[in-house]
Design a protein around this ligand. Structure first.
Ligand SMILES: [Zn+2]
Ligand SMILES: [Zn+2]
Length: 211
């Protein structure tokens, strides 16, 4: 028989659910009543309550259509339940929707508008990435929502998708504008560097930020 040794600092023991006996009535009901929460988009959620009624919660506006919120002005159990489910990642937060990430293929929370990319796959300005073709390090200047097969490269009659070295990448990839700050004149400000358009999947994000 083996014993697990407590050498490493073990995490603190804690219950997963709150002690509902110590919560106020609305919070306790938000945890314990059977409810179904369905995201409607734009920060709105339908809540099928235990009573059989369906209410609509507008989270950014702190509103719910139930009498407790709309008449008594209380922070009702439906509003609280939506907040709990968002914290537990059961439903997407306002501004996000559930879907398949176009880059990694996993079911994730994605932005409601713009390219279907999860937080891990999306590029933000200042993100450092490696060009999968050349190995060069580049810095993201501007992520766009435009498709690689619709973006015509300046001074050419070719799109990003039809450019020779991009032919292996999906034509509907969003275009990412990048700069090369690690070569040439280092005195130049990032905003003055020439921008190059890449299909999203050609860039491999590195765990560092330049800005
Ligand atoms: Zn309510
Ligand atoms: Zn992803």
């Amino acid at each position: 028989m083996t014993h697990l040794e407590h050498t490493a600092a073990s995490s603190e023991k804690r219950p997963l659910a709150p002690d509902v006996g110590r919560l106020d009535d609305r919070s306790a009901r938000a945890w314990t009543e059977a409810m179904a929460v369905t995201p409607l988009g734009s920060g709105r959620y339908a809540v099928d309550a235990q009573s059989g009624n369906r209410y609509v919660v507008d989270l950014p506006a702190h509103r719910c259509t139930c009498p407790d919120a709309s008449i008594r002005g209380e922070r009702c159990k439906h509003l609280r339940r939506v907040a709990i489910e968002i914290t537990r990642r059961e439903v997407p937060p306002p501004g996000k929707r559930e879907g398949q990430c176009a880059a990694c293929g996993h079911d994730r929370f994605l932005p409601e508008t713009g390219p279907a990319l999860c937080d891990d796959c999306r590029f933000d300005p200042g993100d450092v990435a490696r060009d999968r073709e050349t190995g060069d390090l580049v810095v993201v200047a501007r992520p766009t929502d435009e498709r690689a097969d619709e973006w015509v490269i300046e001074g050419t009659d070719r799109t990003v998708a039809s450019y020779d070295t991009n032919e292996g990448y999906p034509p509907d990839d969003p275009v990412i504008e990048v700069v090369y700050p690690f070569s040439g004149n280092r005195q130049q400000a990032l905003s003055e560097l020439k921008r190059y358009a890449f299909p999203h999947s050609r860039l491999d994000r590195q765990d560092q930020q330049l800005l």
